[in-house]
Design a protein around this ligand. Structure first.
Ligand SMILES: [Zn+2]
Length: 687
């Protein structure tokens, strides 16, 4: 369990591809013009002004479906590669990051003492992995087998957690929401092998079918591991986890910063949740603490009760399956294929597993991230990009300030504090100014499983070492190769890794309107998170602390209720709608983000009208820039999973947020009766 921050987009699990039939990866720069010729104006990478007009579908009216109008031809002509669950601008740039990272690792591999090269080549040696069979993991499997009492289970679950294997509860060390100058132990519900409680409890036939595939998967893993009566034992695991699902909180409840802040003594936790030895669990997780924040107390209590009543064999079998799935990529192919068949194909709809080298890049980037990152940024992150991005951030922050000043629903005293909060933001752009030191992490030739285990243990030890230490203000939650961005409330920061500062998000040679609609809106989105339904609960010092008046809060809630209803109404599949309350934070981020980015764009024009380029006005280019970054095709299973687990709305609905903005109506002439049309008083304006 890790609750760190809110992101721009969900990370793409099991994505990546080698032979890519979709558009070629975008190049980082145009070739230099021949020396003799007059200096030509630098050209944007996409289209004539930074937007790919060839990807539009002008047969669709913007007022009916702005996503299809801006992106329809791209959508129609872009297949999803066989090894991806979805494909779009994020995945395209992610592929580019992987190609570049591979070059870095390949070069490092020439030096046999280099850890990143060694970790990579060992991971790629599947023949060696096959030859060793289960031998490398056998001591741990024996430990599971030897478990003889439910009391001993807490200790074993803690050891599993240190290896990155999911147990009945999740544990990590993080910032204390109400005292962000200290770290504190945190715990939450866990114990499910499927992505959400809905997969266990929903009556939807599609989800019931996935549940049946999960049962098959459990049976297959137990069979591979040579266990007797695998079908009956698989059913027992599913039954146990269904009980866990029943007591688990929904994702909507779990994203509520107020409800999930429950600081208690370990003694109180033990007495309120008997049946699981929390003191033992914490001690064997490597920490000595007297208090802990429990995110979902009733769920943790319920899970403790279920664990105390469960037959020991069920707990052992569950831990065995979780282990073999967690480490499948460094175990013999049969385990790897079985894990992919369920987690890749059944759950996400991805037909083929990605090639080994891409997975190797993922492994090295995940375990020795900063050793790769420092080379990446030297090579692929021009300083000019940072300077230009800095300027954009300043302009969008200033626009947010003007928005706050102009609010009609917020009390003047509250506005002063909102302004103070904005002034305290830290912006991180590109890459961290300090790097992690992996000298304590041992990488051994020929020991792929050991390397993976030690990397997980290193990450765990690094995390728990934060207790009692000053807050690592320098630390990043994403690598510079990541195509994403995030906001962290306790740190009062907005963070933009190097890899998102590329086309189509940002191109120094594109028309400014497109950049404001792309990266400008992304910047606005991250700023706005600090003022969304959860972020707004944190004050100007990053504390979870009520700083609004009751009237402010009521007015805000009335506005956001309208937004919940607007997104609740989007039906994606029969019976499967966007969850308005679950996605509220992200939708506020989009609504406010695009709004302030537009203000910043207009402000940058200094009162002049932008030129018409390729038949488009500046305002049109701004909104097209927003639509372009969300080009994405999904496989059905992936989109269904996202509706349940992803706090972001699907791409098409993210683009549709423009229906709340008056200038969009002026730019594209949306009319009453068209699908996206909202009467002026039905348009939601929060910030
Ligand atoms: Zn977000």
């Amino acid at each position: 369990m890790k609750k760190l921050f809110v992101m721009l987009a969900a990370t793409t699990a099991m994505a990546g591809c080698a032979t890519n039939p979709a558009p070629a990866p975008v190049a980082i720069a145009e070739a230099a013009p021949p020396e003799a010729s007059a200096p030509a104006a630098p050209k944007p990478q996409l289209g004539s002004f930074g937007f790919d007009q060839a990807g539009m579908d002008s047969t669709v009216l913007p007022g009916n479906n702005f996503y299809q109008y801006a992106n329809g031809t791209w959508v129609k002509n872009t297949p999803i590669p066989a090894d991806k669950s979805n494909y779009g601008m994020f995945t395209l740039l992610d592929d580019l990051s992987k190609e570049r990272t591979r070059t870095i690792i390949d070069e490092a591999a020439k030096d046999p003492s280099n850890k990143i090269g060694l970790a990579y080549s060992t991971y790629l040696d599947t023949a060696a992995i096959e030859a060793r069979g289960l031998a490398p993991i056998q001591p741990w499997l024996d430990e599971i087998d030897a478990l003889s009492s439910n009391a001993g289970y807490a200790s074993l679950a803690a050891k599993a957690g240190r290896r990155g294997i999911g147990g009945p509860v999740g544990f990590y060390v993080g910032q204390d929401d109400k005292n962000p100058d200290r770290y504190v132990a945190q715990m939450g519900q866990s114990g499910l092998g499927m992505p959400d409680r809905d997969y266990y409890l929903s009556a939807d036939p599609k989800i019931a079918a996935t549940r049946a595939q999960y049962l098959t998967h459990l049976t297959n893993v137990l069979t591979l591991a040579g266990r007797s009566n695998p079908a009956a034992r698989a059913k027992a695991i599913l039954d146990h986890e269904t009980g866990v699902a029943r007591v688990s909180w929904t994702r909507t409840e779990s994203r509520d910063a107020t409800k999930t802040y429950n600081l208690m003594t370990v003694a109180k936790l033990r007495s309120s949740a008997p049946g699981f030895d929390f003191a033992r669990y914490l001690a064997d997780s490597g920490v000595t603490v007297t208090e802990v924040i429990v995110a979902q107390p009733s769920a943790v209590t319920g899970i403790a009760r279920l664990v105390s009543r469960a037959p020991l064999q069920v707990l052992k079998d569950q831990l065995l399956v979780r282990t073999l799935d967690s480490y499948a990529s460094v175990l013999p192919a049969a385990y790897d294929k079985e894990a992919f068949a369920f987690y890749g194909t059944a759950l996400s709809g991805t037909p083929e597993q990605e090639v080994r080298w891409k997975r190797g890049v993922n492994f090295v980037t995940g375990s020795l991230a900063d050793d790769v990152s420092k080379i990446y940024v030297e090579r692929y992150y021009p300083p000019e990009t940072k300077a230009k991005a800095d300027e954009l951030v300043r302009n969008v922050v200033a626009a947010m300030g003007r928005r706050i000043d102009g609010l009609t629903w917020m009390a003047p005293a509250t506005k002063v504090r909102a302004r103070a909060k904005l002034a305290n933001f830290t912006t991180k752009i590109g890459y961290p100014d300090r790097w992690q030191d992996y000298s304590a992490l041992e990488i051994r030739a020929g020991d792929a499983l050991g390397n993976a285990t030690r990397a997980a243990e290193w990450a765990h030890n690094d995390n728990i070492s934060k207790l009692g230490q000053p807050i690592r203000r320098w630390e990043w939650g994403m690598t510079p190769m990541t195509v994403n961005a995030y906001a962290n409330f306790g740190m009062q920061e907005i963070v933009f890794p190097a890899a998102i500062l590329q086309p189509p998000f940002f191109d120094p040679n594109a028309d400014p309107a497109v950049n404001y609609g792309g990266i400008g809106a992304v910047i606005g989105h991250e700023i706005s998170h600090h003022f969304d339904d959860q972020g707004a609960k944190y004050d100007e010092r990053g504390r979870l602390n009520e700083w609004w008046t009751d009237a402010d809060r009521k007015a805000f809630e009335a506005l956001t209720k309208q937004l919940v209803a607007q997104y609740d109404a989007y039906q994606i599949f029969p019976g499967a709608n966007v969850k308005g309350a679950f996605t509220l934070g992200e939708n506020i981020g989009d609504l406010a983000g695009v709004t302030v980015a537009y203000d910043a764009y207009r402000h940058s024009l200094g009162g002049a009208e932008a030129p018409v380029i390729a038949g488009t006005t500046g305002d049109q280019r701004f909104y097209l820039g927003w639509a372009q970054v969300w080009r994405r095709n999904y496989r059905e299973a992936n989109l269904r999973q996202r509706l349940i687990t992803d706090p972001h709305s699907p791409s098409e609905q993210r683009v549709a947020v423009v229906r709340n903005m008056d200038p969009w109506y002026n730019a594209f002439g949306a009319q009453p009766g068209q699908t996206l049309y909202l009467a002026p008083d039905a348009r939601v304006r929060v910030w």
